[in-house]
Design a protein around this ligand. Structure first.
Ligand code: NAP
Length: 217
């Protein structure tokens, strides 16, 4: 299994850091500007990361496009063929431009929309509820965030969870993709809470009472 992250924004950068530091799999980092990304990787002192174009990054088994939902859809349509039989990890939250609501209707989720666009790929929802600052600094007072993992293809969910297990998060199997209707909407509530309690952008979720192994710090 090798993993690609596409995009060098807040989430792309933080995910590459975590995967290269703790993951057991080769990591490729795709972007629209590989030369700038090489410099970024050097500044961040990342090892075990191969920088490439977004196109080359499609060679991986697990692909994490860290794009906004609208960009993600265009990208999926354009690369549907190359993404066949791949695990495509959807981290997107379909918030509207001023974060007051959603671009999806009730009863829809970005993850299900992506799966509909990529019927021969296995879409996994993950990291939606985990804000970039938490991915960047995952251990808080000795505790780690829960990351809700969803997917309709059980084999793909298993493969993804095995691949990311060493990362400092507690990955919880959160069921089918349709649960992203709730996860994506809950994430906007997290944002509101973060502003209300002055912790933005440091907020994530940790559920009480579930006994399951937690990744090492
Ligand atoms: N921010 C969070 O805390 C957070 C938490 C959970 C989930 N998410 C989700 O993660 C995704 C990325 O969020 P983000 O905060 O990392 O966004 P961001 O900082 O704006 O980064 C988005 C990246 O997408 C890439 N990109 C590729 N094609 C693009 C295009 N046509 N136009 C603009 N950018 C393009 C760019 O990387 P290159 O220039 O390298 O190509 C850009 O840096 C979103 O779907 C968001 O909902 C975010």
């Amino acid at each position: 299994m090798n993993i690609s992250v596409l995009g060098t924004g807040n989430m792309g950068k933080a995910l590459v850091k975590r995967l290269s530091e703790k993951g057991n799999h080769p990591v490729r980092w795709g972007s629209r500007s590989p030369e700038e990304t090489k410099e970024l990787a050097r500044q961040l002192q990342l090892s075990n990361v191969t920088v490439s174009t977004n196109e080359e990054a499609l060679q991986a088994d697990i692909i994490i496009p860290a794009f906004h939902a609208a960009v993600l859809k265009e990208w999926a349509i354009a690369h549907k063929e190359q993404l066949k039989q791949k695990i495509v990890v959807d981290i997107s939250n379909p918030f509207n431009a001023d974060f007051s609501g959603f671009t999806t209707a009730w009863g829809e989720s970005s993850a299900e929309q992506l799966q509909a666009l990529l019927p021969e790929s296995s879409v996994i929802g993950a990291f939606k509820n985990t804000f970039f600052k938490v991915v960047d600094e995952p251990v808080h007072e000795g505790q780690v965030s829960d990351v809700l993992v969803t997917g309709n293809d059980e084999e793909a969910v298993k493969a993804f969870m095995e691949a990311v297990t060493p990362l400092p998060f507690r990955f919880l199997h959160a069921g089918k993709l349709e649960n992203n209707r709730t996860i994506e909407r809950f994430t906007l509530l997290e944002l509101e809470l973060a502003f209300r309690y002055n912790t933005y952008p440091y907020i994530s979720l940790q559920l009480f009472g579930i006994k399951t192994p937690v990744a090492a710090n």
